[in-house]
Design a binder for this molecule. Sequence first.
Ligand SMILES: [Zn+2]
Length: 167
Amino acid sequence: MKDQTFEIKVGDLLNQVAVDEMTFENKKTNLIPNLNEDWISGKIRLSWIDDENVLVEIEELECALNETCDYCTKPFKRKIEIQWYSSRFTLNKEEINYANDEVLFFIDEKTATINIEEMIYQAVELETPFVLYCPDCAKKHENMAEDEIDESDFDLGWEWWNIVFHK
Ligand SMILES: [Zn+2]
C-alpha cells in the first residue's frame, strides 16, 4: 500500500486461491476531516473468493476523532477501536443492480487495484453514536439513566399498568 493512499493491488489475488495480509499505520484520510493526529492504524486481510471477487477484512482498526460534546460543547477526543469489518470488492459492474444490504465496492479493472478508503470511512462512521457525549457528560448521563430506571419510571409503569388492567 502506497504511503498516503489506500490503494492495494489485487491482480495476483484474482488469479489464484490466496490470502494476503498487511498492516497499516499513520494513515490519513480527507474523508474523515476530524481525525486526530494519531491517524488510523489496523490490519487488512485480502482473500480470494473467485476470479471476480475479493473479500477485504479490516481488523483492529484504531483511530481517534476530535469531537465536540453535544451536551456541554467542550472539545474531546473519541477513541475508536473496530475489531472486525468486512466488505466484498468485485469486478462485476452489474452487481450494483442487485437489491441487497451488502456493502459492495468495485475493483478498478484497468489497474487491478482496490481503494479501501471509503470502506474505512464507513466502518468508522458506523461507530458514531446518535448523540456525542464527552467522557464527563457520558458519566453524568449514565447516572441519570440509572436513577430513572430505579425509581420514577418503574413506579409510573406499574401504576399505569394497574389502571389499564382494572378497566
Ligand atoms: Zn460534555
